[in-house]
Design a protein around this ligand. Structure first.
Ligand code: FEO
Length: 398
């Protein structure tokens, strides 16, 4: 692979990972993921983040080719998660005088993960600058985007923001690495929102703080550590992150159900039909046992309405609905209009379990909920379902 020039002084030396099935061993990667890394071979040379160990055996050669025999002076460690940091040991073996740049939170992780010595560390504070020659780096601490030690790095001359996880997305870079070379809406946007909701969304409040801190900067290029590099229209991705981190959503509904033998699924479909009759559009129904929770979370982030349904199972909700609820608790989407439904049989603990989950997590839901004993014949649920759907639709349209 050849290196790609982003500006006169900045090269992309990242790689695509199409082998990994699950990001963080949790989130599916049907379209892969890229680990973006950048090098600035100025009078002093600097690498910005690395790639995941084992994802590209040509990585060190690329650095060597660009440096042309000179040593690497600095590595900026914007984030310590190993998808960006796990080449550090290899780099230190090759360049023993390398200085790793990080903040107060970074060093203890560097010591613990890679046994980095104090003499290889350069501690920076918020707003500190480092001149490389024609280029100059400025560091901004951006905690919890995505973990506590995260920071972003701004190259002042070219006005390039190296944002690490922020503004990233799932999906490999196939051919063009820049936004203007790709069909973002058609190919990348869903994967970017899935990445946001799964990985970064929990920390949306901190994303808002980071956006406020970066607002005074003139940003011409956004170079994240996953996904497209924004050189054509960086404002587009800033505005998407702003929207997602303010929990702004579109009109539409996610109906997520867990059903053992189809009764709760019939209720989900019935509710969907009634919603459509009430004029609601963009209704998306998911069987939580079939669709990975990663995709359901992304749709929940996208739409304003959320209807959860479950059968009763061993005196609680179905385990796969429990799984979805746990992930909702973790990523904490806000400002949703919520209703619940379910079927009961030997016990009626499904709907009760859903309400308990929502109560305990401060997520208000609408009444009435509907619960049908056994087979959901229309005459059994017609009235309560219509009342539930009318209430829900009225709230959604407000
Ligand atoms: Fe791409 Fe939080 O690591």
């Amino acid at each position: 692979m050849r290196e790609i020039q982003i500006t006169d002084n900045i090269y992309y030396i990242g790689t695509n990972d199409r082998k990994k099935h699950l990001f963080e061993n949790n989130w599916p990667l049907p379209k892969g993921v890229s680990y973006n890394s950048y090098i600035i071979p100025d009078r002093k040379s600097a690498l910005i983040d690395t790639i995941e160990f084992g994802s590209d055996d040509d990585y060190l050669d690329k650095i060597g080719r660009i440096l042309g025999g000179r040593p690497l002076d600095y590595l900026v460690v914007n984030h310590m998660e190993p998808d960006h940091s796990s080449m550090i040991r290899s780099l230190l073996s090759l360049y023993p005088n390398l200085k790793l740049i990080g903040n107060n939170q970074t060093f203890k992780l560097l010591q613990s993960f890679y046994q980095v010595k104090e003499e290889n560390f350069l501690r920076i504070g918020d707003g500190d600058e480092l001149e490389l020659g024609q280029t100059k780096l400025k560091f901004f601490i951006a905690p919890w985007v995505h973990w506590p030690e995260t920071m972003v790095t701004y190259e002042v001359t070219s006005q390039t923001l190296f944002a690490c996880d922020a503004f990233g997305g799932f999906g490999t870079l196939d051919g063009g690495i820049f936004d203007y070379q790709n069909d973002f809406e058609g190919e990348y946007m869903d994967e970017m929102r899935r990445y946001y909701s799964n990985i970064v969304g929990k920390y949306s409040g901190m994303v808002q703080k980071a956006l406020a801190k970066l607002a005074p900067l003139d940003i011409k290029i956004i170079a994240p550590s996953h996904g497209l590099i924004w050189k054509g229209n960086p404002q587009k991705v800033i505005s998407l992150y702003d929207q997602w981190s303010r929990y702004e959503s579109q009109e539409g509904v996610v109906i997520a159900f867990a059903s053992m033998y189809g009764n709760t699924e019939k209720m989900a479909d019935y509710i969907g039909y009634l919603l459509a009759e009430e004029g609601i559009r963009n209704i998306h129904t998911f069987d939580v046992s079939k669709t990975h929770v990663s995709y359901i979370l992304s749709e929940i982030w996208k739409y304003k309405g959320l209807i959860l349904g479950t059968c009763a199972y061993n005196t609680q909700m179905h385990p796969m609905m429990e799984h979805l609820c746990n992930e909702i608790r973790l990523v904490n989407p806000k400002n949703k209009i919520i209703s619940v439904f379910g079927s009961s049989s030997w016990n009626g603990a499904g709907v009760k379990g859903l309400k308990k989950f929502l109560d305990e997590n401060g997520m208000p839901y609408l009444e009435p909920a509907i619960e049908v004993f056994g087979c959901p014949l229309e005459e059994k649920m017609q009235d309560s379902a219509q009342e539930m759907v009318r209430t829900f639709a009225a709230e959604l349209k407000k």
